[in-house]
Design a protein around this ligand. Structure first.
Ligand SMILES: [Zn+2]
Length: 65
């Protein structure tokens, strides 16, 4: 089975497999690159995270409207 390829863009909402401690699994993408900046939809906490970790842990990606 082929791995699903996601096209990540600023403003998209990515759902990760593991929830943030606040309970939300959804993150808004604020910056893309070798590292992503993500903002937790649940609590607003921001993180920097390596792109490969995001790719490995993505469950869903909602494109911005
Ligand atoms: Zn959170």
């Amino acid at each position: 089975m082929m791995k699903k390829e996601y096209q990540y863009e600023v403003g998209d909402i990515v759902t990760l497999k593991k929830p943030h401690p606040c309970g939300s699994k959804e993150w808004e993408i604020l910056r893309v690159g070798a590292d992503f900046r993500l903002k937790c939809i649940g609590c607003g906490h921001q993180i920097m995270i390596a792109r490969k970790i995001v790719e490995k842990n993505t469950k869903d990606l909602k494109k911005k409207a």
